[in-house]
Design a protein around this ligand. Structure first.
Ligand code: ADP
Ligand code: MG
Length: 355
């Protein structure tokens, strides 16, 4: 009757740790793409071209015309926690850029084949680097791992190939490439509406036309017309709200009481990151229920800027959840504003019909 002792505790191999972390951040191709879009916007790009093959599982490629990456930074580009955007923990309080913890490219390189081609303004040529597991690696067997000089324009092209090739369970979970493409197009559409001054194109490999094509100078209303449709774009009212007490500002375009959709479209940005908020969605739907026919749903685009000191962005690596102070109060003020704007449009209609 021998009691079995506890099993010995061992450290996981670094490679396993990195793969686990990567799988938490990148659950589907759209998550990789979101990080890449945010990086390109952070780099000051005015043009983003996205190419997708097999719903992003075979290829996700994004080409920008931003500042590029210094050749000397290429060796550490894909190491975990390497970033040009954050130095001290305190910086998290005033961070103005999208990314901030240097995990995105590292994660992608652990679960896909990653190729980066980049050129800064003061470099005479572009540099092409290939990564595996966080490190520079030969693109083909027999080649060296060092970045290679090549021709190219200023900016960066990131190619992500065979996502989840080494995570077979995850890979098998994807049934349909078109479903993944739809999620990608949704995500691109969100940023294409929000990022004024940036041109977007997104296309499926092998298709002639772009699925999404937004020119650089399009207004937000034009962007909504292009990404969504005219029925929505023709019925938008502006929402504008600023509040010192709670340290926030809201700008947005929301559908008037004349538009009634089948389901709610909520494009929500908090400090320029696309995020989800079921609390905001619920409150907004409730507000509209007094204005729309039964079952009718609104289109709502909101850009919420909150004093970074009041936002806790450090919740989760995906940063899809954002916590901020006085959430209930802010939502109430937002809904008051929407109610007021919808009321105004209604009165002007009645007035016009009477006269
Ligand atoms: P983070 O965005 O949190 O810093 P990432 O892993 O996403 O971490 O990127 C690491 C670094 O690589 C960034 O801080 C930035 O300096 C550089 N970088 C990534 N993508 C681009 C890009 N498209 N253009 C210029 N620099 C980039
Ligand atoms: Mg980033």
């Amino acid at each position: 009757d021998e009691m079995e002792g506890p099993r010995r505790i061992r450290a996981l191999h670094e490679d396993v740790v990195n793969k686990i972390a990567a799988g938490e951040i990148i659950v589907a191709p759209m998550h990789a793409l979101k990080e890449l879009i945010e990086n390109a916007v952070d780099a000051g790009s005015t043009s983003l071209e996205i190419l997708v093959k097999d719903g992003g599982l075979k290829l996700l490629q994004i080409t920008d015309n931003g500042c590029g990456i210094n050749k000397d930074d290429l060796p550490i580009l894909c190491e975990r926690f390497t970033t040009s955007k954050l130095k001290a923990f305190e910086d998290l309080q005033s961070i103005g850029t999208y990314g901030f913890r240097g995990e995105a490219l590292a994660s992608i390189s652990h679960i896909a084949h990653l190729t980066v081609t980049t050129k800064t303004a003061d470099s005479s040529c572009a540099w092409k680097a290939h990564y595996e597991g966080g490190k520079l690696a030969p693109a083909k067997p027999g080649q060296g791992a060092d970045p290679k000089a090549c021709a190219g324009r200023q900016g960066t092209q990131i190619a992500v190939e065979d996502l989840f090739y080494n995570v077979p369970t995850r890979r098998r979970a994807f049934r349909s490439a078109s479903e993944e493409y739809a999620k990608i197009a949704d995500q691109v559409g969100r940023y294409a509406v929000h990022c004024k001054g940036v041109a977007f194109s997104c296309k499926k490999h092998g298709e002639a036309g772009a699925g999404i094509a937004v020119p650089v100078n399009a207004t937000v209303k034009d962007r909504i017309r292009i990404v969504h449709n005219s029925a929505i774009a023709n019925e938008l009212v502006e929402v504008e709200l600023e509040n010192v007490q709670y340290g926030f500002k809201i700008d947005g375009l929301v559908s008037s009481a004349n538009y009634s959709g089948k389901k709610t479209t909520l494009l929500l940005f908090i400090n320029h990151r696309s995020v989800d908020s079921s609390a905001i969605k619920k409150a907004v739907e409730q507000t509209y229920s007094n204005f729309l026919p039964k079952g009718g749903k609104p289109f709502v685009y909101l850009s919420l800027e909150i004093n970074p000191a009041r936002v806790d962005v450090n919740v989760h690596p995906t940063k899809r959840e954002v916590n901020f102070l006085n959430e209930d109060e802010i939502i109430e003020l937002l809904c008051d504003e929407i109610r007021m704007r919808l009321g105004k449009v209604d009165t002007s209609r009645t007035f016009m019909m009477q006269s």
